[in-house]
Design a protein around this ligand. Structure first.
Ligand code: FAD
Length: 419
């Protein structure tokens, strides 16, 4: 049996992009339904850096106090290790104006829960967990809805969700993007990432982000309140070889990269605790089709370099709400929204291009050189000289990471006083 339902905006994907868009549209009084295939947000290793641009947005939305109550740690700067054991301070967030002078490390599920709780306070918001979009419904070349099925029960009941506009916020493997024939252009990425957890001890240093290089691999750890979330980087396609080498060898690699972790690498009980993520970077030449718009990773999958993906996805959502809500308010629907969807792409393509270009430089200058063993002699000279002898550069690097290009602000109708 097929159930047919209706909403004004169907948002597929309850990641940062989908949930923020749902909240903002609901605050404009627009009927919006977010559909998320998982039953909850409790997935680890999704990235949890909340940058200053997102913290400022949360303040504008009146959610700053709730956000600051979430368990979190602060990242006050980022540095590169030097061959003599010292650290080169590259980005100094303390040069930015408080309270937007740091990156907050917050488990992504806590952030998403907070946003959904706020959105549920709006009568026009609805979220359906455990439902997956399997394809689009089209009429005369216009997307007019999506087919939904229970994610855990592909033979379960089908729902046809009809909508005036569909937003594909379903991440880098977007089903809706594929269903509508939108094809991203891929950019080379020289590495994959392996994620795992290590226990956090009381005396562990917590506020700086310093990658560790050794021979041909890289390690980065993010302090969480109770543990370290650790990312191990190695050349793309090395997963099979790494697993064939076995657990003892992997623990040795980690201990070599971070001798201060040598006392706890036994916490990696098996290679099943080490989760590989195929890192990709791509971008759609065209983000929309009549009736459908891709945002966030569905429009531009981000590399983890710089940890900006969540924040860029959130900014896409803000721009979409700012442009779409007034157009829907004017009664535009379906193909009449073409100009609106194109306007979102025009507004958000430049930041995506700039950030991906910066990530490509990081891939070449840091990761590819590290894998070639070239960083043992220290980082490239130019950034070193700039960061060491032109201190304002540290503030510029920090600003670039914290806010990114063309940061968005909450539209006036979505703002609430901070409680
Ligand atoms: C290894 C790695 C580490 C990263 N680390 C960071 C970091 O530290 N900081 C950072 O800012 N960024 C990081 N990123 C990038 C960041 O994770 C993404 O850019 C960001 O999550 C994109 O948000 P999104 O909402 O567009 O998509 P996603 O976060 O991918 O959300 C998409 C949602 O859609 C749901 N979904 C998918 N298909 C369907 C369907 N058919 N029906 C219904 N729901 C569906 C998914 O379950 C998911 O919840 C990292 C990326 C990688 C690969």
């Amino acid at each position: 049996m097929v159930t047919v339902s209706r909403t004004t905006v169907a948002v597929v994907g309850g990641g940062p992009a989908g949930v923020v868009l749902g909240l903002l549209l609901a605050r404009a009084g627009i009927a919006v339904r977010v559909v998320e295939k998982h039953d909850d947000f409790n997935r680890d290793f999704r990235g949890d850096t909340v940058h200053a641009s997102t913290i400022r947005l949360l303040d504008e939305l009146g959610l700053g106090a709730r956000f600051r109550r979430l368990p979190q740690s602060r990242l006050d700067d980022f540095s590169l290790p030097m061959p003599d054991g010292s650290r080169l301070l590259l980005g100094d967030f303390s040069r930015l104006r408080p309270p937007y002078d740091h990156v907050a490390m917050v488990p992504q599920w806590d952030l998403l829960d907070l946003l959904v709780t706020a959105a549920r306070e709006e009568p026009s918001f609805r979220i359906s967990m455990g439902l997956a979009a399997t394809g689009t419904i089209e009429e005369n070349g216009v997307v007019t809805g999506v087919h939904l099925r229970p994610y855990r029960d592909p033979d379960g009941p089908v729902e046809e969700l009809r909508a005036d506009v569909v937003i594909a916020a379903d991440g880098r493997d977007s089903v809706l993007r594929d269903a509508t024939g939108l094809r991203p252009r891929s950019f080379p990425v020289p590495f994959d990432t392996w994620w795992f957890r290590l226990p956090r001890e009381p005396g562990d240093q917590a506020t700086a982000l310093v990658p560790a290089f050794s021979g041909t691999d890289v390690l980065l750890s993010f302090p969480r309140p109770e543990h370290h979330q650790v990312a191990y980087f190695a050349p793309k396609g090395s997963d099979a070889a790494l697993r064939a080498e076995g657990l003892a060898s992997f623990r040795e690699r980690v201990a070599r990269l971070r001798p201060d972790f040598a006392d706890r690498v036994d916490a990696i009980a098996s290679m099943d605790d080490v989760h590989v993520l195929d890192v990709r970077m791509d971008r759609l030449p065209r983000w929309w089709r009549p009736g459908l718009l891709c945002i966030g990773d569905a429009a531009h999958a981000m590399s983890p370099a710089g940890g900006v993906g969540i924040n860029l996805a959130v900014q896409d959502a803000v721009a979409t709400a700012a442009v779409l809500a007034p157009a829907l308010g004017r009664g535009l629907r379906g193909a009449a929204l073409d100009g609106t969807l194109a306007a979102v792409q025009r507004r958000r393509t430049p930041p995506a291009v700039v950030v991906q270009a910066a990530q490509a430089v990081l891939h070449r200058v840091v990761f590819a050189r590290a894998f070639a063993g070239a960083l043992r002699d220290g980082p490239p000279l130019l950034p070193v000289l700039l960061a060491r002898y032109v201190p304002p550069v540290r503030g510029l690097y920090a600003r670039g990471i914290a806010f990114g290009p063309l940061p968005e602000h909450a539209p006036s109708w979505a703002r609430r006083p901070t409680v």
